[in-house]
Every structure is written in C-alpha cells, then in structure tokens.
Design a binder for this molecule. Structure first.
Ligand code: ATP
Ligand code: MG
Length: 415
C-alpha cells in the first residue's frame, strides 16, 4: 500500500465541512474589512524566499522543500509562507503605484519540513492578510481587529488571547541588539547550541527559543519596549489606544519577537489555551523593509498568518467542532426499474431548484432504503413503486410528524 507523505493530511467530508465553515468566516470577515483575495503560485524561485523570509531563519535553512526544476538550471521551492509571494506579485504587476492602502487576503497551503506533531504538519493551511502603503498604527490595529473578529465569530475569544509587542525599527534595533548580545554573552554557558549561533547571526531570535533554559533566561532579558526610539514608542502607544478604543483586549508581551527576519515595529500573536504546545494560532506584524528589499519601492506593510488546523484544534477544545450535518430534504425509496427512473428524474428536478434530494442508487431493499433515509435524517420521504408510477402520485411523508400528503410526481416542489 502506498501511504501519504509524513506530515500531510487526508481530510474527509465531516472535517472538510468544518474547514469550509472556518474559511467562510475568514472570507466574510476579510471582505468586511475591505480585503480582496489574491492567488499566487504554490512554488516560486527559491531566491524569493531566501531574500523575502531571510537566510538566517529556520524556515529557509532547515524547513524549505527545495528542488531543481526540470528545465533551466533553476532551484524552486514550495512556498513556506505567503507574504514573500504577495510582495513579489505586487512588484511584478505594478501594483505599488495604485491608491493605498492595498489590502489582500489568501487561504493557502504552505510547506515546511518540520517535525510533525499536533498542530504542526509539513503541509499546512494558512489564512493570511497583507496591507501595504500605510505606516499608521491604526492600520496595525485594523489588521489585528480582522484576526480578532475571525476569532470572535468562531466563538474562540474566551480562549484565544492577543499578545502584542514592538520590536523597533532600523533606528532603535541596533542598540537593542547590542544589549541582547551583552546579556546573553554573560550567560553563554546556559544557552542551547542553536542560540549560540543565533547570538552571532540574529540575537533577537534568542527571545523566541523554546529550549527551557533559554526560555528561562529570556524572562530576564532586556525588553524591546524599553529600547524603542521615540517614533516606535509613540506608534506603540497609539496602537494600544486604538485597540482600547475598539474594545479589543490584549497583553503586552516582550517575549513576542516572531520567527521571520522581516518584521519591524508592531508584532503580535493570538495564543490559544488548551491546545497543547503549538498554541500560536495566529502570528503577524509590520514589515516595512520587505517590499524595498525585494526590489520594490519603499512601501510599508503589515500582515498576519493564521493556521487553520490550530484554529480547528482550538474550536475542538471548546466543543465548537460539531456542525449540524446537511440533511436531505427528500429521500425517495423505490421499488422496481420504472420507479427508479421516475425517482432519478424527481431528484434531478429538485436539485435544479436548489433542494438536496436523494434516491436509491445502490439497489437496496425497500426496508434497507428506509433505514438509510433515517440515517441521513431526511426531512421527507416518498415511496415509489409500480402503482405510484402508474397513478403519477405518491404520499409524501414528513418524517418528523408522520403527516402524509399526496403529491403529483411530475410537478411537486418544495418552493
Ligand atoms: P511556530 O512558532 O508555531 O513554529 P511560526 O512563527 O513558524 O509558528 P508563522 O510562520 O508566523 O509561524 O506562521 C503563521 C501561523 O501559521 C502560525 O501561527 C501557525 O498558526 C501556523 N503554522 C506555522 N507553521 C505551521 C505548521 N508547521 N503546521 C501547522 N500550522 C503552522
Ligand atoms: Mg515555525
């Protein structure tokens, strides 16, 4: 037997219905905030992610699905996230000169070679948004409000909490970076090997390390918010005022620094209780340097990525994963060849009117058909045999009340 690739998922109708429901809420909320859908390719030139995500990140160094293309001597990669592709598309299609802000959303699969566990897979699904062309903290608040409103609609707010932080800009980052280097250098013997490397390459990432010793040290580490320049500090205050004004609760959390290289200023995560170690259901922030670093103009941006599986786990933890199944309006049980053809023509007519209707296509006995109709939870049933075909009429039975009304087989409708 051929098995699926480790870290991928097969999703059957019951669970797919939940994904559809969650995605529906995401699309509706995105549209209510004026975000339009953008679709970009599943794979891109590897170079895009190396530059766009950052060559010091785990995502690029260890997790990317990279391979040689068949033609040209080209390296391509499955997308590990959505932002870099959106920025490339923007630049390539000349969107940077349109009226600002530009607001896009997407629901995509992403690929990362990670250790599979609950809430962490190698192909995963993400709802993401990107907004370009405004550096206002009110844009940050609007982006956060969109994620927040998805969680509210899904009934997750009691369990999903917003954590915000600011990690500063190119003006204040170097001073902070140095204070981190000083702090961690003094405790070098306690940090993990990866963090020893990070100390040289990207000290900010130490704050994010999940190793227990590193995490303990991070608690006492210098805080980004104590090192912000005047501009960043003012923006962070305005963001908090905006969230207060919108009635969105948050905690300021100096441990939020985000994994990817391109973040500046505001960073945030929504963290769910009760879903285990992979508790960040949504992460995002501002990335003012990204568009220019990929060859576009100096265009500020902010966005987030929300993991669909983790959202589903959070719903499951609260018992919110039981959707009412779609039940047929009508099940037609048949006896005989002529009745089958009449039933097929009726269900086809009803479906054209937007009604969910079924009839026997298995060849079950009449008794087994009625049992199946019950299992499906059909609202009405019709039993059609030779006599009914002849008369052109049959009793339509309301399965709940037991009430029966005679209907004309050729013309009856639920409209
Ligand atoms: P984590 O710290 O959990 O690894 P991350 O910082 O790598 O997350 P992002 O790149 O910001 O995550 O992606 C945004 C969101 O996508 C995450 O908050 C999470 O909900 C989801 N996500 C990321 N990686 C995975 C994965 N391997 N499997 C399932 N969901 C994921
Ligand atoms: Mg990760």
């Amino acid at each position: 037997m051929i098995r699926k690739i480790k870290g991928t998922m097969d999703i059957f109708p019951e669970e797919a219905a939940l994904f559809q429901y969650i995605e529906g809420v995401m699309r509706e909320e995105a549209q209510n905030f004026g975000f339009g859908e953008i679709r970009t390719p599943t794979f891109e030139n590897t170079e895009l992610f190396v530059r766009g995500v950052g060559d010091t990140t785990d995502v690029v160094q260890k997790e990317m699905y990279t391979f040689a293309d068949r033609d040209e001597n080209r390296s391509i990669s499955l997308r590990p996230e959505g932002t870099a592709s959106v920025v490339r598309a923007l630049i390539e299609n000349g969107k940077c000169s349109e009226a600002m802000p530009l607001k896009y959303y997407y629901i995509i699969s992403c690929f990362r070679h990670e250790k599979p566990q609950a809430g962490r897979s190698r192909e995963f699904f993400q709802f993401g948004t990107e907004m370009f062309g405004t550096d206002s903290p009110y844009a940050d608040a609007t982006t956060i409000a969109l994620a927040h409103s998805v969680f509210r609609r899904l009934g997750l707010l009691p369990n999903v909490k917003l954590h915000i932080n600011s990690i500063g800009c190119p003006a204040c980052r170097p001073t902070y970076r140095q204070s981190l280097i000083d702090y961690y250098s003094a405790h070098k013997e306690c940090i993990c090997d990866t963090c020893k490397e990070r100390l040289v390459k990207n000290p900010l990432r130490l704050i994010d390390c999940k190793n227990p010793d590193c995490a303990a040290l991070a608690k006492e580490a210098p805080r980004t918010t104590d090192a912000l320049c005047e501009g960043c500090s003012e923006n962070f205050e305005k963001l908090k005022s905006a969230l207060d004004a919108m009635g969105i609760e948050y905690v300021v959390d100096p441990a939020i620094v985000r994994g990817l290289d391109y973040y500046t200023g505001t960073v945030f995560e929504f963290i769910a209780e009760g879903i285990g170690a992979q508790s960040t259901v949504c992460g995002g922030g501002r990335y003012n340097g990204l568009v220019s670093s990929l060859g576009g103009p100096d265009l500020p941006g902010i966005g987030f990525g929300m993991g669909l599986t983790r959202v589903l786990l959070a719903m499951r933890a609260l018992g919110l994963d039981k959707l009412a199944p779609k039940v047929p309006k009508l099940y037609i049980a048949t006896l005989g060849e002529g009745a089958s053809l009449v039933a097929l023509s009726i269900v086809e007519r009803l479906r054209k009117e937007g009604v969910y209707a079924e009839c026997d296509i298995v060849g079950r006995s009449l008794k087994a058909q009625m049992k199946y109709a019950n299992k499906l939870g059909a609202e009405y049933t019709l039993i059609v045999g030779d006599a009914e075909v002849e008369a052109g009429k049959a009793p339509l039975r309301n399965m709940q009340s037991g009430e029966q009304t005679e209907v004309e087989l050729a013309t009856f409708t639920f409209l």
